[in-house]
Design a protein around this ligand. Structure first.
Ligand SMILES: Cc1cc2nc3c(=O)[nH]c(=O)nc-3n(C[C@H](O)[C@H](O)[C@H](O)COP(=O)(O)OP(=O)(O)OC[C@H]3O[C@@H](n4cnc5c(N)ncnc54)[C@H](O)[C@@H]3O)c2cc1C
Length: 318
């Protein structure tokens, strides 16, 4: 079922969903199941699986010169989605990127998803490859997520890259896109970011999932701005419980989000990460309850591969 249908069917009740990462290459898929199993009692209508593009690793050769290797540390997004749908009978949503994909690669990826009965897809640009400062699209790829959305929706109309294909079958994807209550790091202003978000919607995106935020006010203000700009589709909040002291600096650096002073002070007071985890859980429960009270249709949790804190939160909220 499509995300939009899940939201309609929930009749105003707030639903629980979460995102997982494929395991590092070499690890078993049971690791993923071990993290999903305890969360199934909260009846997620869908589970997202992130996509991780290639990285460059430089290895020294015998002659002392460095050789560039292209590695994918977390492959398996499509396989994990298929395994989730098979095992849990829940919709799995693969993320798909512009980065590292030509339009042809994208089309073939989407054909695989369609054949597997996957009906939702999260369309993202992706970040620059590690070691590079700016995002560089593939030669025959998309520069921004809006081009990717356009291609997916064209396939929904039966339009393939090879326009000479006869009687081509139509796909039926519901497309989600990303948004940033605190602005995407490269956007010159929030207004400009919302302008390009509108473009993704114009090209066919049907729902939005936000970057993590720790202050609900930022989400509420963002949604208000979007609504005043004529955006009417669901804007699903992304939530991440902070779990380690290191994340105090890591999350703002990596995701370009601010942490509220009250949360920072609570974390600084903690003796160890067990205490930090508890603070993170309690903060996220408060955020979740306020969003639930405001009638938000789905709360989407970033598990980052660990489910125990998400389980503690969900048991208090759902
Ligand atoms: C919910 C969520 C899930 C994510 N999942 C993944 C994942 O699985 N794998 C992964 O690698 N990354 C993931 N990301 C990170 C994402 O790939 C990065 O944040 C990336 O930098 C931007 O992706 P986007 O789809 O928002 O890009 P876009 O919508 O393309 O926007 C990127 C920037 O370009 C600007 N822009 C857009 N169109 C134009 C235009 N035509 N001209 C000029 N500027 C323009 C925007 O304002 C923005 O600043 C996720 C992010 C979120 C919020």
């Amino acid at each position: 079922m499509k995300v939009t249908e899940h939201i309609q069917q929930a009749n105003g009740n707030t639903q629980f969903s979460f995102e997982i990462l494929p395991p590092l290459k070499g690890q078993h898929i049971n690791m993923i199941f071990d993290n999903i199993d305890p969360l199934m009692e909260f009846k997620p209508p869908f589970i997202d699986v992130t996509y991780h593009r290639e990285e460059y690793v430089f290895k020294e050769q015998e002659n002392g010169l460095l050789k560039k290797h292209v590695v994918k540390k977390r492959p398996g997004t499509v396989g994990i989605c298929a395994a989730i749908q098979n095992r849990y009978k829940v919709d799995a949503i693969p993320h798909i990127l512009c980065g590292g994909f030509t339009k042809e690669d994208t089309e073939n990826f989407l054909i695989d998803l369609d054949f597997l009965g996957i009906q939702n897809v999260m369309a993202l640009r992706g970040d620059a490859v590690k070691n590079e400062t700016y995002f560089r699209p593939e030669k025959e790829g998309h520069e921004y997520a809006n081009g990717l959305v356009k291609q997916i929706c064209a396939l929904n109309d039966g339009i393939y890259l090879d326009e000479e294909l006869q009687n081509s079958s139509k796909t039926n994807f519901c497309v989600g896109v990303a948004a940033y209550p605190e602005k995407h790091m490269e956007a010159p202003s929030l207004e400009s970011d919302i302008h390009f978000l509108k473009k993704k919607i114009k090209y066919g995106a049907e729902y939005v999932v936000t970057q993590m935020f720790f202050d609900n006010q930022k989400y509420f203000e963002f949604v208000e701005k979007c609504r005043s700009e004529g955006i009417t589709i669901p804007i699903i909040p992304g939530l991440k419980p902070i779990a380690t002291k290191k994340q105090l600096n890591l999350l703002p650096h990596r995701f370009h989000v601010d942490l509220p002073e009250a949360l920072i002070l609570e974390i600084i007071k903690c003796k160890d990460n067990t205490e930090v985890k508890q603070v993170g859980i309690e903060w996220c429960i408060q955020q979740s309850k306020e969003l639930q009270k405001a009638g938000i249709p789905v709360l989407h949790y970033y598990s980052m591969g660990k489910s125990d804190n998400i389980q503690s939160i969900a048991s208090q909220v759902f």
